[in-house]
Design a protein around this ligand. Structure first.
Ligand code: NAP
Length: 292
């Protein structure tokens, strides 16, 4: 499949928090089935999630119900060496050398009980990255059938361009929410539009801060969004997803909810045509000042 024909589902499910959901294997299978029934076909993982245990938790469900695999896309990430009990590094750091990327991809394949990952992202920009060398690693793992497509996460526009020059990338996975708007101004979303590559969006609910944050910004945004959500007759979560989806880069928000109702609230946003005035009212509440 060429990068141009690669398409994630409009809403993606993120598995960062799966190990805290306390679901049995049968419940994990049911959770995946219900996500698929809602049209969520893409599942976002990373080697390090859940202290390196999250992929295996999802993989146990795929092993129990192998027919699910062909109905979904598996996305994973690598490149962060995260200190943990079984990985006693002195510090956390980034590593995009061939041996580490290969080792982590092969570990994700084993954990997820699959032959191929649909998309692998370099999780964070590695300041020591050898772009040409990393592109060779991408090409080799693609040739071996282990990874279908490549992308990055949290890369600046110039970091994206550097790697893209050596190997086609399909996305930059970025943080964007009514509480975190840096991507609107730092050029990453402009670049996505320029290249026609749809970004993936992490923490669209600010990781839950939208509901529970007691800092000034969260309180201000929640008050404004609650009043708008009431007018549209939708939940606060649905409004937050609609706010992200309104961006012209045609982003794919990643829901981090473990509740099926949480997934449903994300999917409901696909039918909410958010007015520009309301979009800017949320921007204004977030910044704490009007547009210049
Ligand atoms: P999020 O959707 O912003 O936050 C999810 C959190 O919000 C969950 O704890 C969820 O709890 C809570 N929540 C949802 N609805 C709520 C409500 N109505 N009231 C109170 N709490 C509510 O997303 P995220 O989990 O931070 O991130 C989503 C995904 O993005 C991750 O799973 C991961 O795949 C990806 N990610 C990527 C990066 C990166 O660097 N590339 C970084 C972070 C995350 P419930 O489970 O109870 O709904």
């Amino acid at each position: 499949m060429s990068p141009a024909s690669f398409a994630l589902s409009p809403i993606v499910a993120g598995l960062w928090r799966i190990t805290s959901w306390n679901l049995s294997v049968a419940e994990r299978v049911r959770w995946i089935e219900q996500a698929l029934e809602l049209g969520i076909r893409s599942f976002d993982h990373a080697d390090i999630y859940g202290d390196y245990q999250a992929e295996a938790a999802f993989g146990e469900a795929l092993k129990a119900a192998p027919a699910l695999r062909q109905r979904m896309q598996l996305v994973s990430k690598c490149g962060i060496r995260l200190r943990s009990a079984q990985r006693p590094y002195r510090i956390n750091y980034y590593d995009t050398c061939a041996t580490y990327v290969r080792a982590q991809v092969e570990q994700s394949l084993r954990n997820l009980h699959t032959e191929q990952l649909d998309l692998v992202l370099i999780h964070r920009p590695d300041y020591l990255m050898d772009a040409a060398g990393l592109a060779d690693t991408f090409a080799t793992l693609t040739r071996e059938g282990k990874v279908a497509h490549w992308g990055v996460s949290n890369h600046s526009a110039s970091q994206f361009a550097l790697l893209q020059q050596h190997h086609p990338l399909v996305t930059n996975q970025l943080e964007l929410s009514p509480l975190h708007m840096a991507a609107l101004d730092n050029g990453t979303l402009d670049q996505a539009q320029q290249l026609g590559l749809r970004p993936m969006i992490w923490s669209p609910l600010g990781g839950g801060r939208l509901f529970t944050g007691d800092d000034e910004q969260a309180v201000r945004v929640r008050a404004e969004m609650t009043s708008i959500a009431n007018r549209y007759g939708i939940s606060l979560a649905t409004l937050a997803f609609a706010w992200v989806l309104r961006h012209p880069s045609r982003p794919h928000p990643i829901t981090g909810s473990g509740r099926i109702d949480g997934l449903r609230e994300a999917v409901a946003a696909l039918d909410v045509p958010l007015d520009a005035e309301d979009w800017y009212a949320i921007w204004t509440a977030s910044k704490g000042h009007p547009v210049p």
